[in-house]
Design a protein around this ligand. Structure first.
Ligand code: PAF
Length: 283
C-alpha cells in the first residue's frame, strides 16, 4: 500500500503499534537498486512490517548539486519494492515534509565537520532534519541504513543517542557489483567508460586494506597505497582519501581495527563515495 500524507502515515503506524507489530523502516531517495532492497531484507529480518520512504530531500543538496537531475523512476521503484514485499511505501511530497514556515533544523555534532560535511556544507543538517521528521511520522522500532554512507550512519546513530530516540539502528553492509563498485543511484550518471574507470574506487580501498592486513597501520602509508592503486584509473579524480576514527570520524594517524578508510572521487562530473572498515574489508 502507499501513503502520501503525514497524518495517514502516523495513523497507520499507530495502528500497527497498537496491534503489537514491530515496524522496520528504510528511508530512501528512490531510484532503487539491489542495495536498497537488501536494506529492506535486513529490516524484515527484525520486524513484522516494513515501511520504505521515497523522498528526494531538497534540504540535503547544495545549491550547485544534482537535486534537479537526481534520478527518479517511481513506477520502477514501486515494482522493485513490491517484489521485496515492502508493506508501505511512504511517498510524501516536499510540501508535506516542509510546509511553508518550516524552518527548524537538526544541527549535527562535530563529526559532521569532516569529509562529506566539509565538501558539502549543510548536507548533514539536511539529512538529520529529514530523518528526524521521518522517524516522527513513521515511528519505527528499527531503521536500516547502508554502510556506504558511513558518515551519515555515524551521525544518525549519534542523533538517536543524543535525542533519546526509541529506535534501534541497523547499518547493513555495502552491496557491490561483481567487480567491486558500490551500488549507488548516482552510478546511473556514468558513461560506459566512466563505469569502467569507477571500479578504481573499490580497487583503491582493497589495496589499502590488503596492506593493512599485511601489518601496516600508518594512515599516511595506507592512504598512499590507495592513491597508487587509483593511478591505474586516470578517469578517477580523488577528492579525499582518509583514515578516520569509527564514530567521531576525525582523521586517525594509525588505523586500528574498526577504523575506516573513506574515499570520495569524481568520475567525469559524477561524485562517488565509498569506504572500507579495517578488519572487515571488501567482500
Ligand atoms: O541515504 C539516503 O538515501 C538519504 O540520505 C536519506 C537517509 C534517505 C535521507 O534523505
Amino acid at each position: 500500500m502507499e501513503i502520501t500524507t503525514a497524518a495517514g502515515m502516523r495513523v497507520w503506524s499507530a495502528d500497527q503499534r497498537a496491534a503489537g507489530r514491530r515496524i522496520g523502516f528504510v528511508p530512501t531517495m528512490g531510484y532503487l537498486h539491489e542495495g536498497h532492497l537488501r536494506l529492506v531484507d535486513a529490516a524484515r529480518a527484525v520486524s513484522d512490517v516494513v515501511v520504505m520512504s521515497i523522498f528526494v530531500n531538497p534540504l540535503q543538496f547544495g545549491p550547485t548539486e544534482d537535486l534537479t537531475r537526481y534520478p527518479r523512476d517511481l513506477p520502477r521503484d514501486r515494482a522493485l519494492a513490491a517484489g521485496r514485499h515492502v508493506d508501505v511505501l511512504f511517498l510524501p511530497d516536499a510540501a508535506t515534509m516542509y510546509p511553508p514556515g518550516s524552518d527548524t533544523r537538526v544541527v549535527p555534532g562535530p563529526a559532521a565537520g569532516w569529509w562529506e560535511g566539509e565538501v558539502r556544507p549543510g548536507h548533514f543538517a539536511g539529512v538529520l532534519t529529514v530523518v528526524a521528521k521521518l522517524f516522527h511520522l513513521v515511528m519505527p522500532d528499527v531503521s536500516v541504513f547502508g554502510q556506504k554512507d558511513a558518515q551519515q550512519a555515524a551521525l544518525i546513530r549519534q542523533m538517536v543517542r543524543d535525542l533519546d530516540w526509541p529506535v534501534a539502528l541497523v547499518v547493513a553492509p555495502t552491496t557491490r557489483e561483481a567487480d567491486g563498485l558500490a551500488l549507488s543511484s548516482r552510478n546511473s550518471y556514468l558513461s560506459g567508460e566512466e563505469r569502467r574507470q569507477a571500479v578504481g574506487v573499490s580497487a583503491a580501498l582493497r589495496a589499502a586494506h590488503e596492506l593493512w592486513r599485511a601489518g601496516e597501520t600508518a594512515a599516511d602509508r595506507l592512504e598512499a597505497a590507495a592513491r597508487v592503486a587509483l593511478q591505474m584509473y586516470p578517469g578517477v579524480r580523488p577528492e579525499y582519501i582518509a583514515v578516520a576514527e569509527p564514530d567521531a570520524l576525525a582523521p586517525a594517524a594509525s588505523a586500528g581495527a574498526g577504523c575506516l578508510m573513506l574515499i570520495a572521487v569524481r568520475v567525469g562530473s559524477t561524485r562517488l563515495i565509498d569506504n572500507v572498515i579495517f578488519g572487515e574489508g571488501i567482500p
